[in-house]
Design a protein around this ligand. Sequence first.
Ligand code: COA
Length: 178
Amino acid sequence: MRSISPSIVHWLCSNCGNPAQASVVPVGGSGGKSVTLQSCRAVLVVRVIDAASTHDLRNRVLRGGRGHDGFPEDAWPETLHLGAVDDDVIVGVATFVPRDDGWWQLRGMAVEPSRQGEGVGRAILADGDRHLRSVGASGVWANARDTALGFYERAGWVVVGDGYVLVDLPHHRVEHEL
Ligand SMILES: CC(C)(COP(=O)(O)OP(=O)(O)OC[C@H]1O[C@@H](n2cnc3c(N)ncnc32)[C@H](O)[C@@H]1OP(=O)(O)O)[C@@H](O)C(=O)NCCC(=O)NCCS
């Protein structure tokens, strides 16, 4: 029997009316269709973006709108910039920079304030793991704001050592072996 792949079509989320996707699976012998509608949150896509596309969220979410010209490592060819994209709008960003011994540093983790708490940050961390594993990374670490420690811990990262102050804010190192 020939197998038929589901096709993906654009639809509206039945919960909120935002663009969503539906898997339309042809069934039966006379063109009948089974439509499984997914929540619009299910179609959030994490993808590689360029450095400049991270700047607006970094500036608004992490710099309080004071301005942000980028990190020195932004333009390194190995540096990985990920964006969570919902209907062509970037709602979360993170940057992964190669450091010593196969470890990478996560920098500039920021989610659009109106979209925080929806799993956007978790999706970015998970995709970061996938990318870094594919290049043989040993682990990833970050200077985490104390206000965000719980986020990293929920994702399986561990808090290491004593706290310190960076840009007037209390931080701890968090890390995660791959
Ligand atoms: C911190 C941040 C990146 C988290 O992203 P997010 O999309 O809001 O987080 P998620 O919705 O993916 O949350 C995943 C889990 O972490 C928890 N979590 C999220 N933010 C948290 C926080 N600040 N403190 C404790 N737990 C948190 C969520 O409750 C959720 O828990 P669950 O697994 O029980 O459901 C985002 O809130 C943000 O940009 N905050 C402001 C900037 C910032 O602090 N950046 C990090 C600098 S180190």
